[in-house]
Design a protein around this ligand. Structure first.
Ligand code: C5P
Length: 223
């Protein structure tokens, strides 16, 4: 069974997806981590963001492994190196759009995702997972929240990582990223026609997950 969760930055996708996967004993897949890992590699190599051919060649030579560690948590391995923390840095977050907007890069990254999807029961989160990657997913969710709430959550994430960023920077990063994710030509962020929309503005993680579980027929699953 494949369950997809799409939505803008700070909508609560990751926390909800991890908790849902843990409750259902499903694999958790963070597709954003894959785009972030490729971005980190391109940053380190100093590749020109406008050089499409170089970005494509780099992606084709890259291996990203999401290793399940504990309940719903992931370790992100870039060509074997643990980059779980490095991919969350602000500079990587800001530059991911150059990787995410390149259609051939997306084709390669989507092929990694579909391969993981073949393994069985998966909760997968991203921007295009219900629309493009798994259009036939059994359940599709689209999480959203007020922009101010989403910005506040991101600020909290950065503080927890000990990254010193001010509110204005986080606001700009979140809003710019949404704009670029929603307006790019290749697989833009949008709600799938058959997705269930959940507004998480006033919901805790537990309430969000409970709402999702309310839609899921867990009859055939051994929970
Ligand atoms: O989910 P996360 O914030 O880690 O995603 C980082 C970026 O990766 C997004 O802003 C988006 O540009 C890109 N992304 C994407 N498609 C996905 C997941 C992430 O384009 N399925």
């Amino acid at each position: 069974m494949i369950i997809t969760i799409d939505g803008p930055a700070g909508a609560g996708k990751s926390t909800a997806a991890k908790a849902l996967a843990a409750q259902l004993h499903f694999l958790y897949m963070d597709t954003g981590a894959m785009y972030r890992a490729v971005t980190l590699k391109a940053l380190r190599k100093g590749i020109d963001w406008q050089d499409r051919a170089a970005l494509i060649a780099l992606t084709r030579k890259t291996t990203v492994v999401l290793r399940q560690v504990g309940a719903g948590d992931l370790q992100v391995l870039l060509d074997g190196e643990d980059v779980s923390a490095a991919i969350r840095q602000v500079d990587v977050t800001e530059k991911t759009q150059y990787i995410a907007q390149e259609p051939v890069v997306r084709e390669v990254v989507v092929s990694w995702q579909r391969k993981i999807g073949e393994q069985g029961n998966v909760v997968i989160e991203g921007r295009d997972v219900g629309t493009v990657v798994f259009p036939k997913a059994r359940y599709k969710f689209y999480l959203d929240a007020d922009a101010e709430q989403r910005i506040a959550r991101r600020l909290k994430d950065f503080t927890a990582q000990d990254e010193k960023v001010d509110t204005a920077t986080v606001r700009k990063t979140v809003l710019d990223r949404d704009q670029s994710d929603m307006t790019r030509k290749a697989s833009p962020l949008k709600k799938a026609d058959d997705a269930i929309v959940i507004d998480t503005t006033d919901l805790t993680v537990e309430q969000t997950v409970a709402k999702m579980l309310g839609y899921i027929d867990t009859g055939g699953l051994s929970l």
